[in-house]
Design a protein around this ligand. Structure first.
Ligand code: NAD
Ligand code: ZN
Ligand code: ZN
Length: 462
C-alpha cells in the first residue's frame, strides 16, 4: 500500500510499504478514505520532536471503512464507516476509566522512553514518535487500529467525510481547550493561533457561552476565518498583544487565554532570537513565547488553557505571574474518545460544520506538497486533507471540489485487501532483542537472559 513516511527534517515521501494486519484481538484494519495533516505533524516535519525513525508512517487524523476486525471488537463490523481518535487507549485502565484517554497506561509499548522525558508516559499515538509507541500512522491507504472498540466511532450515513474527519483530533482539541476554560456567561476568551486548532477553539468557546472571543495571528486569511467564526481579530504584527487585550477588557485581561500555537511560536524581536538560538543549540526544547504572553495577559484568577504541543524544558516561564495572579493551567493531549460522540451530535444537529476549515484537498501521493503548503501557509492554506483511496486531482483553494460522498457510494472491495506487515510475534521479537542461543527463547534484558541461561544449560546437560 502507499503511505506517507518521515525521512527527516522537511523530508516526507509517499512510498510502497507493507499493509497492516490484525495483531491483537481488539484490532481493526481501516481502509482510509480521508486523512489530514495536523499542526502537530509540522513539529515532526521540522524535526523538533525526538525519537522519530526514517520510514515511520505519519498521520493521526483519519477515517475510513472497517475492512477487517479482531474477534474482541464487538461494537463494529466490516463495512462500518468510522473516525479514529488519535490517542490509542485501552478503555480499561485507571486513566481510561476516568475518561482521561490520552493518558492511557496500556497503549504505549515504549513507556520507558517517555518516562525519561516526562516522568510518566502518556498514551501511544498514531504516527507520532517511538517515544509514544512507534505506531504506524494514518496518512496511508490502510491503518491498524488497536483497541478499535474504544478508539473508533461509527459514523451514520448522510454525513460527508469532510464534516466528520476532524472528530479524530482538531475539533475535540479546540473544544477541550475551551471546556478547560470553565467559561461563564459574560466571559472573554483570547485564543493565540488561528490555525485549525485555534479555529475550533474560537467556535467552541462561543458554543460554550463566551461573550467575546479574540483570535490572535498574523495571517489575514486565518484571521478572517476566525472572524467568520465570531472572533474579534488581532494581528500581533500590527499591535502589542498585551496592550490591546488590556484595552479590550477594561484593563482586566481576558478571563481565559488559550495557547493554540505551542512549541514553534513565531517570535518577532529580541526574545525571538533568544528562543531560536537556545532551541537550535538544544538548550531549550520549545519557543514558549505564546505561553508567556498568555500568562501575562490573563486576568487574575483566570485560566490558561494549553492545547498547543510542548516537548520538553523551557526558559523564562513567568512563574511569578502564574503564582501571584492565582492562575489555573489546564493542558494535555486531547481525550478525544470522551468528546467524539457529543461532538458528532453537535454536527448532526447542525450546530457546526467542521469542514469550513478545509482549504486544500489532495491525493495521498501529493502529501509532500501538502506539508510544504501547510507549513508555509502559501495559497491561503489553513487545513489540508488527503484522500488516499480516491483519484482526485490536487486542488487549491481557487479550484475546490466538494466532498459529498458518503459510504453508500463507496462500498469497497474487501477481497482486494491483502495481508502483509508485521505480525504480533515479529513486533514482540523486535521488543525482545536478547535471544538464548541454546533454546531460542527471547528476553527483554541481558539479566533475564543470563538467569535463563543458567537453567537452560543445566537442562540441556541433563
Ligand atoms: P498551525 O501550525 O496551523 O497553527 C498555528 C498558528 O499559530 C498559525 O496560524 C501561526 O501563524 C500562529 N502563530 C504562530 N506564532 C504565533 C504568535 N506568536 N501569536 C499568535 N499566533 C501565532 O497548527 P494547528 O493544527 O492549529 O495546531 C496548533 C497547535 O496545537 C500545535 O502545537 C499542535 O501540535 C497542537 N495540537 C495539539 C493537540 C492536543 O491534543 N493537545 C491536538 C492537535 C494539535
Ligand atoms: Zn493532530
Ligand atoms: Zn487505558
Amino acid at each position: 500500500m502507499k503511505a506517507n513516511c518521515w525521512y527527516g527534517k522537511r523530508d516526507v515521501r509517499v512510498e510502497d510499504v507493507a499493509e497492516p494486519r490484525i495483531l491483537n484481538r481488539r484490532d481493526a484494519i481501516v481502509k482510509i478514505t480521508t486523512t489530514a495533516i495536523c499542526g502537530s505533524d509540522l513539529h515532526l516535519y521540522n524535526g523538533f520532536v525526538p525519537t522519530m525513525q526514517k520510514g515511520d508512517i505519519l498521520g493521526h487524523e483519519f477515517m475510513g471503512e472497517v475492512v477487517e476486525i479482531g474477534p474482541d471488537v464487538r461494537n463494529l463490523k466490516q463495512g462500518d464507516r468510522v473516525v479514529v481518535a488519535f490517542p490509542i487507549s485501552c478503555g480499561k485502565c485507571f486513566f481510561c476509566q476516568k475518561e482521561l484517554f490520552s493518558l492511557c497506561e496500556n497503549s504505549n509499548p515504549n513507556p520507558w522512553m517517555a518516562q525519561k522525558l516526562f516522568g510518566q508516559s502518556p498514551a501511544g499515538l498514531y504516527g507520532y514518535t517511538h517515544m509514544l509507541g512507534g505506531f504506524a500512522g494514518g496518512q496511508a491507504e490502510y491503518a491498524r487500529v488497536p483497541f478499535a472498540d474504544v478508539g473508533a466511532i461509527k459514523i451514520p450515513n448522510g454525513l460527508a467525510d469532510d464534516q466528520v474527519v476532524f472528530l479524530s483530533d482538531i475539533f475535540p482539541t479546540g473544544y477541550m481547550a475551551a471546556e478547560n476554560c470553565n467559561i461563564e456567561p459574560g466571559d472573554t476568551v483570547a485564543v493565540w493561533g488561528c490555525g485549525p486548532v485555534g479555529q475550533f477553539a474560537v467556535r467552541s468557546a462561543l458554543l460554550l457561552g463566551a461573550e467575546r472571543v479574540f483570535g490572535i495571528d498574523r495571517f489575514p486569511e486565518r484571521l478572517r476565518m476566525a472572524e467568520d467564526g465570531g472572533a474579534e481579530a488581532i494581528n500581533y504584527e500590527e499591535a502589542d498583544v498585551y496592550d490591546i487585550l488590556m484595552e479590550k477588557t477594561s484593563g482586566l485581561g481576558p478571563d481565559s487565554c488559550i495557547d493554540a500555537v505551542g512549541l514553534e511560536a513565531h517570535v518577532p524581536g529580541l526574545i525571538g532570537a533568544y528562543d531560536r538560538v537556545k532551541q537550535a543549540l538544544m538548550l531549550e526544547s520549545d519557543r514558549p513565547h505564546v505561553f508567556r504572553q498568555a500568562v501575562l495577559a490573563c486576568r487574575k484568577g483566570g485560566t490558561v488553557s494549553v492545547p498547543g504541543v510542548y516537548g520538553g524544558f523551557d526558559d523564562k516561564i513567568p512563574l511569578g505571574s502564574l503564582m501571584n495572579k492565582g492562575l489555573t493551567i489546564k493542558t494535555g493531549q486531547t481525550h478525544v474518545q470522551h468528546y467524539m460522540r457529543p461532538l458528532l451530535e453537535r454536527i448532526q444537529n447542525g450546530e457546526i460544520d467542521p469542514s469550513f476549515v478545509i482549504t486544500h484537498r489532495m491525493r495521498l501521493e501529493d502529501a509532500a506538497q501538502g506539508y510544504e503548503i501547510f507549513l508555509n501557509k502559501t495559497d491561503d492554506c489553513v487545513k489540508v486533507v488527503l484522500k488516499p483511496n480516491e483519484t482526485y486531482p490536487m486542488t487549491t483553494k481557487a479550484n475546490r471540489f466538494s466532498d459529498d460522498k458518503v459510504l453508500s457510494d463507496r462500498q469497497s472491495d474487501h477481497s482486494a485487501f491483502s495481508k502483509g506487515g508485521a505480525t504480533m510475534a515479529e513486533e514482540h521479537e523486535a521488543r525482545q532483542p536478547y535471544k538464548c542461543a541454546v533454546c531460542g527463547a527471547k528476553f527483554d534484558s541481558q539479566d533475564q537472559l543470563q538467569n535463563h541461561l543458567k537453567i537452560c544449560t543445566q537442562k540441556k546437560s541433563q
